[in-house]
Design a protein around this ligand. Structure first.
Ligand SMILES: Cc1ncc(C[n+]2csc(CCOP(=O)(O)OP(=O)(O)O)c2C)c(N)n1
Ligand SMILES: [Mg+2]
Length: 559
């Protein structure tokens, strides 16, 4: 079908509509004015969210990809916009999140002169994107955009970067329309499933570890049915805790930073690890100690959507290239008698429940009790976003993620994520309660996006866990260079006043008893369409969920 003479920018926007884009995030730039103009015409079908920092926009697109399972779309301008946005691309890469970043580029006639804000995006984004390309020929716009969607969603999902030379965007031509992209994922072979069944039948202490992106509700249900039928204990990898209902008897905890030491021991002692969708990265392997390369002590079945991840660090006993819905649909029908694992599973579950019972920390505000209270209070579809820092340890340890994609958190440990991620989650799911947990250092990396939240009515409850320092780094500093505190203290603004300046409800909680009422006030504000910020002041001694700064220092000084 020929659809008349359109500018390349209009063809691009029509392609986005075809591929199902309903929302795009941006910071505008003169380099892609033609796209903005085409988006103006498409405003009934594509909502454009204008952000205050390109890094905030890219994080929002990444978080959109996480919560919807479809590519998050972001537009930024040349050099400065692209460099700011790179944090979101890196996050999408390490978190395996589908995302497409469109970047302005100088007109072709100026190329390679180091023209104003010119950059070679292929070299810049090369190691952190699945594909980086520049669309030089307008008649191939559809091909590039279609390939970007397919690639972002296929195999191991991830980010794609497409550069848009300014002169190309305004060229007119006839372009044939295309169809919506398809999700391409491998399926397990019948022989893989037979081998897996035999390995499970021979196992005495099996443990499943789930991770990775784009599972989907059905895949999650199918895997749960398999785990129930076979009696398998199920753990999750770092920041993929919502792939299995944490309230379920078979869930035994997360294998990540700050792992329950008893679970770490179980990973070591397991005779069969069934790793489904998780990369066997540094965080999931306890820095390659719980599972030792190249040939682990445990028998290893590794199922991953990206063939390139299989055998990358570990030589497994069975390596299966499969998408998550595909493997889960097959596993659902696999019957193994796991009755002999019962006590192995039940004791693992008991250890999880014990580990997630609130443990006391110094100070009047007990963060563990706050999170434990929230797990009772929040509706089960509530979304909990967070950035990076030690404060996140309390959420990861004490919250029980009940449903798929109720956790939106950066596996690459990137600070400044919580605010934009919370906003994107709320824009994707306006009817659900969305919380965003941030450290004091973390919050100020993207706190300006409160303005975006207000502008678009993204009524998130933002928490700022204030310990007046870059606590994580202070912790490492006390371990490695005890009593030589430097470069980690923070003198903070008045957070509730800052929130109010943005038009956000703001207040401070200083003790456990004050939390519930503050939360209910914040929730009421958000129900009325207004975001809220609650500062949680914790004792600086409470440096992790299980130790204090003084204890770390004393241990380090003793040598
Ligand atoms: C973008 C980014 N910059 C720097 C770091 C290094 N870093 C990791 S945690 C941390 C401190 C976090 O401080 P805060 O948000 O206050 O949380 P806390 O650890 O105090 O709970 C820093 C600087 C990082 N992970 N990401
Ligand atoms: Mg802090």
């Amino acid at each position: 079908m020929q659809s008349g003479e359109r500018t390349s920018a209009q063809v691009l926007v029509d392609a986005l509509k075809t591929h199902g884009t309903s929302t795009a995030f941006c910071v505008p730039g003169e380099s892609y004015l033609a796209v903005l103009d085409a988006l103006y015409d498409a405003r009934e079908s594509i909502r454009l969210i204008v952000c205050r920092q390109d890094g905030g926009a890219a994080y929002m697109a990444e978080a959109w990809g996480k919560v919807t399972g479809e590519p998050g779309i972001c537009f930024v301008t040349r050099g400065p916009g692209a460099t700011n946005a790179s944090i979101g691309v890196h996050t999408a890469f390490q978190d395996s999140t589908p995302m497409i970043l469109f970047v302005g580029q100088v007109p072709g006639e100026f190329a390679e002169r180091e023209a104003f804000q010119e950059m070679d995006y292929r070299r810049m984004f090369g190691p952190m994107a699945k594909w980086v390309a520049q669309i030089d020929r307008p008649e191939r716009m559809h091909e590039y955009v279609s390939h970007a969607f397919h690639l972002a969603m296929s195999g191991r999902p991830g980010p794609v970067v497409l550069a848009l030379p300014e002169d190309m965007l305004t060229e007119r031509g006839a372009a044939a329309d295309v169809a919506r992209y398809q999700v391409v994922q491998a399926s397990p072979a019948a022989s893989d499933v037979d081998k897996l069944r035999a390995m499970l039948a021979a196992a005495e202490r099996p443990l499943a570890i789930l991770g990775g992106s784009v599972w989907g509700e059905q895949a999650r249900r199918d895997f749960q049915a398999f785990a129930e039928r076979s009696g398998l204990p199920v753990a999750s990898s770092f920041r993929f805790q919502d792939l299995f209902d944490n309230r379920h008897d078979h869930y035994v905890g997360d294998v990540g930073i700050g792992i329950n030491p008893k679970l770490a021991q179980r990973v070591r002692e397991a005779d069969l690890l069934l790793v489904v969708g998780a990369r066997l990265g540094e965080m999931t392997t306890g820095a390659y100690t719980l599972i030792e390369p190249p040939r682990p002590k445990q028998k290893l079945v590794h199922v991953h959507a990206g063939a390139e991840e299989l055998g990358r660090v570990y030589q497994g006993d069975l390596l299966v290239n499969s998408g998550m819905p595909q493997i889960a649909a097959v596993l659902k029908n696999v019957a193994v008698d796991g009755s002999r694992w019962k006590s192995w599973r039940e004791s693992a579950r008991a250890e999880y429940l014990e580990w997630t019972r609130p443990a006391a920390i110094p100070g009047r505000l007990q963060l563990a009790e706050v999170v434990a209270w929230l797990r009772e209070r929040l509706p089960e579809d509530a979304i909990v976003a967070n950035g990076a820092g030690n404060f996140a340890g309390w959420i990861g340890r004490y919250y029980r993620y009940p449903r798929w994609r109720t956790q939106v958190a950066p596996t690459n440990g990137s600070m400044g994520y919580g605010v934009p991620a919370g906003i994107a989650a709320k824009l994707a799911h306006p009817g659900r309660v969305v919380l965003s947990f941030n450290g004091d250092g973390d919050f100020l990396m993207n706190g300006q996006e409160l303005a975006t939240a207000v502008q678009y009515g993204a009524a998130v409850i933002f928490f700022v866990v204030n310990n007046a320092m870059y606590g994580t780094i202070r912790m490492h500093q006390e371990r490695e260079y005890p009593a030589r505190v430097y470069g980690t203290a923070l003198r903070n603004p008045d957070f509730p006043a800052l929130a109010r300046a943005y038009g956000v409800h703001g207040e401070t909680v200083e003790d456990t008893a004050g939390f519930a009422a503050a939360f209910e006030r914040a929730l009421r504000e958000t129900e009325a369409g207004r975001p809220a910020l609650v500062e949680l002041r914790i004792d600086p001694q409470a440096i992790t969920t299980s130790t204090t700064l003084d204890a770390i220092r004393a241990r380090a000084l003793k040598g």
